[in-house]
Design a protein around this ligand. Structure first.
Ligand code: ADP
Ligand code: X2W
Length: 304
């Protein structure tokens, strides 16, 4: 019977909402930095879905901070300009010419697309980059990479001011240098980690285009201790863009972030699944003992 089926659907929906209550209570006031990678962004519908999840997080009393990437979009524009993209250990080799394109794409096209999507979903997004209020000051990461920055000074009060005033900061990973006012291209994961570390965030969610950190047999490892991550980098199980991602996770944990999750941003409602359900998503990296549940909080655990 159609009516009975509909009733069953409604009851299931109500049950899901009810089951979210302990998570909503525990995460109230929590600072959650969400890194939205270029590969995770997808089409307009996927972007709208992501934006709704971020607005929902804000609506229920969390403080989401979005830090984005946009590597594929930079590749596109560089390609149109006839400039080749080259990466070393997951980071773009960035010339003076390239960095202008990087800033145009990240602080312009990508940042404003996300801001607009969040505002369309009823949030109050404000787009900034690491340059605003000197939020992120960098020095050169490695001479081989050119204008790629490594954050050395973080001034995150601007972010706290924005979320305390009801807004959702959306941050492009472009920063100022210590000298000569250079512009630095910062890997999106590195920037998100530095921001999460400086905020001592409760969670850092790194959204990407794979289901999580995979081992040599291609299986996603749902829970990782930092020592396991170090081993997997050293023995080559972790490679490419996953290197800056996992290195970021380790650094963020060292700086006081409670836990880092690497998850598949292409899965609908990935953030909600991770934060508000028992199921979780992707690979969780933290220093403490494994949880009873695969993701989220340990059963009976009081804190985050
Ligand atoms: N052990 C691993 N587990 C998962 N992905 C890995 C691993 N080693 C390398 N990778 C690669 O890392 C990529 C994710 O990094 P990247 O492309 O930079 O993502 P994003 O653009 O979302 O920041 C994956 O698509 C995959 O090709
Ligand atoms: C230094 C460096 O590699 N910067 C990145 C910044 C964008 C980024 O990180 O984008 P994703 O998160 O989509 O990969 C780049 O130029 O591609």
């Amino acid at each position: 019977m159609r009516t009975q089926n509909m009733n069953r659907d409604w009851i299931a929906t109500a049950r899901t909402l009810s089951e979210a209550l302990p998570y909503l209570q525990r995460y109230s006031g929590a600072v959650v930095v969400v890194k939205f990678g270029g590969n995770a962004m997808g089409d307009d519908a996927a972007m709208a879905e992501f934006a709704r999840d971020i607005v929902l997080m804000k609506q229920v009393g969390m403080n989401p901070v979005v830090c984005h990437g946009g590597g594929p979009m930079i590749n596109d524009l560089l390609g149109k300009l006839g400039i080749e993209s080259r990466f070393v250990r997951g980071k773009r080799v960035t010339t003076k010419e390239t960095v202008e394109v990087v800033e145009m794409v990240l602080s312009g096209l990508v940042n404003k697309r996300i801001v607009q999507a969040i505002n369309d979903a009823g949030g109050r997004a404000v787009g900034i980059s690491g340059k605003d209020d000197d939020m992120m000051v960098c020095e050169a990461d490695d001479p081989e990479l050119g204008f790629v920055g490594r954050p050395v000074e973080m001034n995150v009060q601007i972010i706290r001011d924005l979320y305390s005033a009801g807004m959702i900061p959306v941050i492009a990973p472009v920063a100022t240098g210590m000298e000569d006012n250079e512009t630095f291209n910062v890997n999106g994961d590195t920037a998100a980690g530095a921001i999460a570390g400086a905020l001592k965030a409760d969670r850092l969610l790194l959204l990407t285009d794979v289901a999580g950190v995979k081992d040599a047999s291609g299986e996603v490892v749902t829970q990782l201790h930092p020592d396991q991550v170090r081993t997997m980098i050293a023995d080559g199980q972790i490679g490419g863009g996953m290197i800056p991602k996992t290195e970021t996770a380790l650094m963020a944990l060292d700086e006081g972030v409670r836990a880092v999750v690497i998850l598949d941003g292409r899965v609908p409602h990935a953030c909600l699944l991770e934060l508000f359900t028992e199921h979780g998503a992707g690979s969780l990296i933290r220093s403490t003992e494994p949880r009873v549940k695969p993701h989220g909080l340990r059963q009976g655990e009081a804190g985050l």
